[in-house]
Design a protein around this ligand. Structure first.
Ligand SMILES: [Ca+2]
Ligand SMILES: [Ca+2]
Length: 511
């Protein structure tokens, strides 16, 4: 449950029991919480992504900053389920521009392995949650060639930002490939390109292939899809054969599909497991022991996975603001979130965003660096409007600087290879706490916690020992009897963006 706040009378009565934020950023409070307000019955009952509150977007909504005047292009493989999303009130019925570059399947699109997809629709829902005033362009493609055409069209539309939550597993992964070049064209045109780092930290391996064959046992359930991208990095004449093998009835390994990859990489044919035992075999056929990079679209490498270097393209582009993922309730990188360095040694991701959110009740727990990316693009749309409001610059360097400069540091201190600059943060102001303690034998601690964003946790401790944890703005805690002498009562209040303040009082014990 989110904790939202609204002053409902002239003396600052605060209600924190949640409620709903509608598509216009009027904070409407539950009748149960405040009595004076009834919640209007909505035809649809949309839900706001938890990640918006994690970033502190509500601090800007309450100032009327909802992304008005900003355009964001959501670039994706497909937008299935748009009508249902609009009917559920999760996307606006009017104002979204649709443009398909997928020659075969149109705006609905397909995944890389040919399935229908609602991925782009989920991303658009998150964007609308963070920046409900932004104008959306929904643009899809399937091939890398179509992607480049899509980017060139998007550039003509001059959006504030692009939200692209997809990757190509096509080398060279050093920021110079064709999709990275397209991203850099957008950046050169002044557009903030926000790209997912990828969900490949557990589905990536790099190491040496050998002439004898390097083997990867695969844990594959029946019906599971197998699809691999294989690239040797060495002399251009080097070749590595990748074979997907299944153990036959008599115990020998049968090669079910095989491909030979050079420095421009190759994909294995997509296989669907019918059960049994599977393995991937990499064999150096030309050259000696090439360094090989393998991405799996589907099945993880388990204990053999190599998280470092698992950012595909175009998250490798210098012009991309590349986004890793942290669950919205936590501070630890999602285990799948791809990490740098790039093939040429640059650090990615640039920032992390919130994930594992619900932006549509029918799709709880939307995860991945995809969801994180859409949140960050929405944040950019808000910052751009805020800048216009104050007459400040809205150029790419300013937006990028705001997103990285105000990020909440996570992981190792400072910029690091897992979190980049940290979690994108729109609320950088800690809560304010007013406190009083009476002198009862068991003192009553009372207080109010105020924040422009959403209150996360309020912790009461005595002499460093936690006695109570609250998630409300109203503090009313009966403290235990304390021994004679002075004791320090501290209230530590944090908002959901991680900003924290501590306020203390000395209390005399009487026991
Ligand atoms: Ca850090
Ligand atoms: Ca705050």
């Amino acid at each position: 449950m989110h904790l939202l706040r609204k002053s409902i009378d002239g003396v600052g009565t605060l209600c924190f029991r949640l409620v709903r934020v509608f598509r216009i950023p009027t904070l409407i409070l539950a009748a149960a919480a405040c009595g004076a307000f009834a919640v209007p019955a909505a035809a649809a009952d949309p839900v706001i992504s938890n990640g918006a509150f994690r970033m502190g977007a509500d601090t800007l909504w309450s100032k009327g900053v909802i992304g008005t005047g900003s355009t964001v292009a959501v670039l994706d493989l497909g937008f299935g389920g748009l009508d249902a999303s609009i009917a559920a009130g999760e996307l606006p019925a009017l104002g979204m521009v649709q443009r398909s570059f997928d020659e075969e399947f149109g705006i609905e699109g397909r995944t890389p392995v040919g399935s229908g997809t609602q991925h782009g629709t989920r991303m658009a829902e998150i964007l609308v949650d963070v920046a409900p005033g932004a104008r959306l362009l929904l643009v899809n493609y399937h091939t890398q060639e179509e992607f480049q055409d899509a980017v060139d069209w998007v550039i003509t539309q001059a959006p504030t930002a692009v939200s692209h939550s997809n990757s190509f597993l096509i080398p060279p992964f050093d920021g110079t490939g064709p999709s990275a070049a397209a991203v850099n064209r957008a950046a050169a045109a002044g557009i903030l390109w926000v790209n997912s780092a990828g969900n490949f930290a557990e589905r990536h391996w790099t190491g040496r292939a050998s002439a004898q064959g390097t083997l990867f046992p695969l844990e594959v359930a029946p019906g599971q899809v197998l699809s691999y991208s294989v690239t040797p990095f060495g002399p251009s004449s080097d070749r590595v054969r990748a074979e997907l093998q299944q153990r036959g009835a008599s115990g020998e390994w049968d090669t079910r599909t095989s491909v030979v990859a050079g420095s421009d990489g190759a994909f294995t044919d997509t296989m669907v497991s019918d059960g049994g035992e599977w393995r991937l075999r990499l064999t150096q056929t030309v050259g000696t022991d090439s360094l090989v990079r393998v991405f799996s679209r589907t099945v993880g490498f388990g204990g053999l996975a190599v998280g470092d270097g698992s950012v595909p393209t175009p998250g490798d582009a210098a012009g991309s603001l590349t986004v890793g993922a942290v669950p919205w309730t936590g501070t630890n990188l999602a285990p799948y979130s791809s990490r740098g360095p790039t093939q040429d040694g640059r650090q990615k991701p640039d920032v992390v965003g919130p994930t594992y959110v619900t932006a549509n009740r029918a799709w709880p727990g939307t995860a991945g660096t995809s969801a994180a990316t859409a949140h960050v693009a929405g944040a950019a749309a808000l910052i751009a409007q805020e800048q216009r409001t104050i007459g400040g610059p809205t150029d790419l360097a300013t937006l990028r600087g705001r997103l990285t400069g105000a990020a909440f540091d996570l992981g190792d201190p400072g910029f690091d290879p897992s979190y980049g600059a940290g979690m994108v943060r729109l609320d950088a102001t800690p809560p304010k706490v007013t406190l009083a303690v009476n002198d009862d034998p068991r003192p009553l601690l009372t207080g109010i916690v105020r924040d422009q964003g959403t209150i996360g946790e309020v912790v009461v401790s005595i002499d460093g020992k936690r006695v109570k944890s609250l998630r409300s703005a109203q503090v009313r805690v009966r403290l235990p009897r304390m021994t004679a002498g002075r004791h320090r009562v501290v209230v530590a209040a944090s908002d959901t963006s991680g900003n924290r303040v501590t306020t203390g009082r000395w209390v005399r014990g009487r026991r």
